[in-house]
Design a protein around this ligand. Structure first.
Ligand code: ZN
Length: 179
């Protein structure tokens, strides 16, 4: 491993400087400097690569905030992009947020959302006694996502797949659990 674990934020910001707004050379003072654990470095790096591909250096994009909230990732951004690029950026963010619910925030190994006094996403080794939040079988990693297409807000129901890091559309009717 290169560098100390505290440097992962600097590494991420230096690697994707165009997406952050570092004043002077103080990378950690950059707007959008991640406020989360090192286990999410990899998924944030994937996110940055996807955003750069989506924006193709056209328009403007800056992270406003990257943080952990209720155990998973939240990403806020500002700027001005074409509608096509905006859709792709929002898709990349949705993937990263979904992935964060499957990655231990401490080490990056497969993790689960855990409850207690507060919510965290942790692997068994870093659970610190927190029990996993129970999800009905078949409803794991299901997301309802709103998006704009043809100038209308549409809703899609998707399942996040950790192995392929993609969403697949799911028929909501198939999720109805028989009592
Ligand atoms: Zn862990």
């Amino acid at each position: 491993m290169s560098g100390s674990i505290g440097n992962w934020r600097v590494e991420l910001i230096e690697a994707h400087r165009d997406l952050f707004a570092p004043p002077c050379d103080a990378a950690l003072a950059a707007q959008g400097a991640p406020e989360c654990g090192p286990g999410w470095h990899d998924l944030l790096n994937r996110l940055c690569v996807r955003i750069r591909k989506a924006t193709r250096a056209e328009g403007t994009f800056k992270f406003n905030q990257i943080r952990e909230k209720y155990g998973t990732l939240r990403v806020y951004w500002g700027g001005r992009l074409s509608q096509e690029a905006t859709v792709q950026v929002e898709e990349a963010i949705a993937l990263a947020e979904a992935r964060s619910a499957t990655c231990c925030e401490v080490c990056g190994e497969p993790g689960r959302l855990r409850g207690g006094t507060w919510l965290t996403t942790r692997c068994a080794a870093h659970a610190a006694g927190q029990a996993p939040i129970e999800v009905k079988p078949g409803l794991e990693n299901i997301y309802i996502v709103g998006y704009v297409a043809d100038d209308r807000t549409q809703i899609s129901c998707r399942r996040y797949d950790r192995d392929t890091d993609t969403f697949t559309e799911v028929d909501p009717a198939s999720l109805l659990v028989e009592e």
